[in-house]
Design a protein around this ligand. Structure first.
Ligand SMILES: Cc1cc2nc3c(=O)[nH]c(=O)nc-3n(C[C@H](O)[C@H](O)[C@H](O)COP(=O)(O)OP(=O)(O)OC[C@H]3O[C@@H](n4cnc5c(N)ncnc54)[C@H](O)[C@@H]3O)c2cc1C
Ligand code: SF4
Length: 326
């Protein structure tokens, strides 16, 4: 690990000031410290934000505001989250381990970096780690890589679970800018596709600090998080689906679906939600939804299996969400 300057912020203004001067926020440290130890990232300054008053889950109009420092464990266990946003609780509990979830924070989880093997191996070219050096995954081993929204520069996936549920719930990220202003970005627009600049994971600007995530009023309905992975715990998603589906009189009244493990960001395609709303559930409908999802999907060899896997997972989730008990 390279030497770095460490400061502990004693308030939001102090943290913003340090961030404006170039300090990088550190929360649970479960991703950033690994990246620093492996010399994938070498920030010269860190600002420890753990003492900021951002650890609460509070009512926010008819919705809920989750502070940036709420641990993943606390969020998943919160009574309101379990009752009104169970897809979020389930997605968080599908990730990592007890110990990691106790340290991991809402903001840190959103900003976690890809698990591409080559990103973690500093001896191989990687455009995300070293822009312009090439992409070792294209033409290399790419079992965990993206099939949607890829570019010639990068085919990495965003690896997290929580953000997939937040995308299905249409949550907003609350950001305090380096100038001290507040702005809100929908989770659906927070992470980026790689394009020509895969080194940029999300829309945060230098000095931006995430202060909270705001959930809209509860959508009700049946909420499902299905994560398909290599083993049943302690593994990242190959394909995941967060679904919020409300039924009325045997028809789908409203649906909101988001997908993980397929792209550089949690994938949300509004055409799927529109197709499902007002429709009678059927196998043919689920196939049409999968056609929309996978239109333009491209495999890179080892990850070709994700295309049929995503179709099967989507059909299974829709069957479960619209079944007799829905
Ligand atoms: C072995 C292992 C298995 C895992 N399995 C899973 C899994 O299955 N599913 C899953 O979703 N995750 C998994 N994770 C990832 C884990 O969830 C993340 O490491 C964790 O959520 C990051 O949160 P943190 O608070 O520790 O972030 P940190 O490591 O502190 O920070 C991560 C990034 O967020 C930035 N950041 C932190 N707070 C702020 C803020 N307020 N504003 C702006 N930027 C900020 C930091 O600067 C850094 O860039 C796993 C991790 C490990 C090590
Ligand atoms: S897929 Fe992206 S992260 Fe992986 S090697 Fe290629 S450029 Fe790097």
């Amino acid at each position: 690990m390279r030497p770095f300057l460490y400061s502990r912020a004693d308030g939001l203004d102090h943290a913003v000031q340090l961030a404006r001067e170039g300090a990088r926020p550190i929360a649970g440290g479960t991703n950033l410290l690994d990246l620093m130890k492996l010399q994938i990232e070498a920030p010269e300054r860190l600002v420890d934000i753990n003492r900021l008053p951002l650890g609460g889950i509070e009512p926010d109009g008819e919705g809920v505001r989750i502070g940036a420092l709420v641990s993943n464990s606390a969020c998943a266990a919160d009574e309101r989250i379990r009752r009104d946003y169970p897809v979020l609780s389930r997605a968080i509990l599908a990730g990592a381990t007890f110990q990691l979830r106790n340290k991991a924070t809402t903001a840190g989880n959103l900003c976690q970096r890809t698990r591409c093997y080559y990103f973690y191996n500093i001896d191989t070219p990687c455009n995300k780690r070293r822009p312009g050096s090439g992409c070792s995954a294209i033409g290399g081993f790419n079992r965990i890589h993206a099939i949607l929204g890829t570019s010639d520069a990068c085919i990495a996936t965003y690896p997290g679970d929580m953000a997939v549920a937040l995308a299905a719930l249409n949550a907003q990220v609350e950001i305090t800018t380096a100038q001290g202003r507040k702005r809100h970005v929908p989770v659906r627009g927070f992470h980026r596709l790689p394009g020509d600049t895969p080194e940029k994971d999300n829309v945060l600007e230098p000095g931006d600090m995430i202060t909270a995530v705001a959930l809209p009023p509860p959508a009700g309905g049946r909420q499902i998080y299905r994560k398909v992975r290599e083993r049943s715990s302690y593994a990242f998603a190959l394909v995941s689906i967060a679904a919020v589906v409300r039924m009325e009189g045997g028809k789908i009244a409203a649906a909101s679906l988001a997908f993980g493990g397929l792209a550089h960001k949690p994938w949300h395609d509004p055409r799927i939600d529109e197709l499902l709303a007002g429709a009678m559930p059927s196998d043919a409908l689920a196939d049409k939804a999968a056609d929309l999802l996978l239109e333009g999907a491209q495999g890179y060899g080892d990850n070709d299996f994700k295309i049929p896997l995503a179709r099967r997972a989507l059909k299974a989730v829709l069957r479960e969400a619209t079944g007799d008990a829905a």
